[in-house]
Design a protein around this ligand. Structure first.
Ligand code: ACO
Length: 386
């Protein structure tokens, strides 16, 4: 029998057909449903982008209003989920908490599998997706309060998705400029073709399990430092560098040890990730208008990008989205271990759009392997083994 093709990391292997988003890794372009990411950041909102990703078209004002009202209505999380969270170690990483809490939601809305009729009912799937997108920020914010011994701050139905999250983690209605920054970040992180966590959505979803398992698996996949977890690593790296003057020496040491530079490199982009460019411009703009300070870490980040690009750019390795998102959140006063959960809150929209797309034309994922083990071994009973 011919040996199957093997592509490490599935590089270049198309795992699905999809009409949700598209990357041109050479030109450095990203679009959702054909709309350039820069236009969506400039003119849209996370709520509209989530619906665009799920349904494939820009919604009418009435449909967007209905979706937005639904999100606001479904922000509340059951008291029993809070009880489960009470017993989680406060020193645990918020991504671990989010993974457990989202999976636990499935037990309160039990649906072990989807019937054929449900799978074909896009309204039903949209409603399930909306409930998950609505509740993830509440769960993250509840944890942010509970781990410091505070009572969770109930969601406000009067605020947008982004503003409400900032309100729940701080207890104060946010500066509208900050709410707009977070909204833009949520848009930039909402979707990104078949990355590792979205691929996990396709695999898990293809078994017809419930969406809480699907999203729980994706959260676990996103948590790793090679994927979404890199945004926290970037801030830790910049803190470790400590000053603009130390950037060169830090790079020398990392590169001599063949260690990776966090927030750099991408499987698909061979140029600068367009999201990194938008985030950096946004920070410059906000700083020039007095909304953000130009902190030491931001200055180190700029120098780091300059020097790392000089060295790694010729190999096609440039700053990715995680490089500046962490710096931006840091400037907004958000704790570093919340960066990846915020990424997950945003990406839930893209994940659920892919889940819907997968269900519309489902076939269970079952790849093959190149077997490298022994063939016919002779079994020796344990008493006779030396
Ligand atoms: N710093 C230094 N060298 C790098 C980096 C980096 N950040 N990224 C890739 N390289 C080098 C590798 O050492 C390797 O060099 P070699 O050919 O001399 O051995 C070459 O580039 C290819 O690297 P791979 O790891 O094989 O590339 P792959 O496509 O498998 O991985 C990944 C992509 C995981 C993003 C990688 O670039 C990386 O680890 N980056 C750092 C972590 C990070 O920022 N992740 C966030 C990605 S964006 C996101 O998920 C939201």
């Amino acid at each position: 029998m011919a040996e199957p093709n093997f592509a490490p990391g599935l590089e270049g292997v198309a795992a699905t057909h999809s009409s949700i988003s598209n990357i041109d890794g050479v030109a450095g372009l990203l679009s959702y449903r054909g709309f350039a990411i820069a236009d969506l950041v400039a003119y849209s909102s996370f709520e509209e982008v989530a619906l665009l990703l799920l349904d494939g078209v820009l919604p009418s004002a009435a449909d967007l209003g209905e979706f937005d009202r639904g999100l606001r209505t479904h922000r509340q999380v059951k008291y029993n989920v809070r009880e489960i969270m009470k017993y989680m170690p406060v020193t645990g990483h918020p991504m671990d908490m989010l993974h457990c809490a989202v999976a636990s939601l499935g037990m309160f809305y039990p649906q072990q599998e989807l019937s054929d009729a449900e799978r074909e009912n896009t309204l039903h799937l949209d409603a399930m997706a909306m409930r998950i997108i609505a509740r993830m920020p509440t769960i993250v914010a509840m944890w942010e309060q509970m781990r410091f011994g505070n009572d969770p701050i109930p969601p406000s139905p009067d605020l947008s998705h982004a503003a409400n999250f900032l309100y729940m983690i701080s207890g104060r209605e946010p500066d509208p400029a900050f709410a707009k920054i977070l909204d833009s970040c949520l848009i930039l992180h909402a979707e990104h073709t078949i990355n590792a966590s979205t691929f996990s959505v396709l695999v898990t979803g293809s078994t017809l399990t419930n969406p809480y398992h699907v999203i729980g698996g994706a959260i676990g996949t996103l948590a790793g430092p090679l994927h979404g977890g890199a945004n926290q690593k970037v801030i830790e790296m910049l803190e470790e560098i400590g000053s603009v003057q130390r950037v060169g020496a830090y790079l020398d040491e990392r590169m001599a040890n063949k260690d990776k530079i966090w927030g750099f490199g991408h499987r698909v982009y061979k140029t600068r990730d367009p999201r990194a460019a938008i985030l950096k411009d946004m920070m410059e703009d906000l700083a020039s208008h007095g909304h953000l300070r130009h902190s030491r870490l931001f200055e180190i980040a700029i120098e780091m990008e300059r020097q790392a690009t000089e060295r790694l750019g010729p190999k096609g390795i440039h700053a990715n989205v995680d490089f500046y998102s962490g710096v931006l959140y840091h400037e907004m006063g958000i704790k570093a271990d919340l960066f990846t959960p915020i990424f997950a809150m945003a990406r839930s929209a893209g994940w659920l759009a892919h889940w819907r797309e997968q269900l519309a034309d489902n076939r269970i994922f079952r790849p093959t392997q190149v077997y490298t083990g022994e063939q016919r071994q002779h079994y020796v009973p344990v008493a006779q083994r030396s």
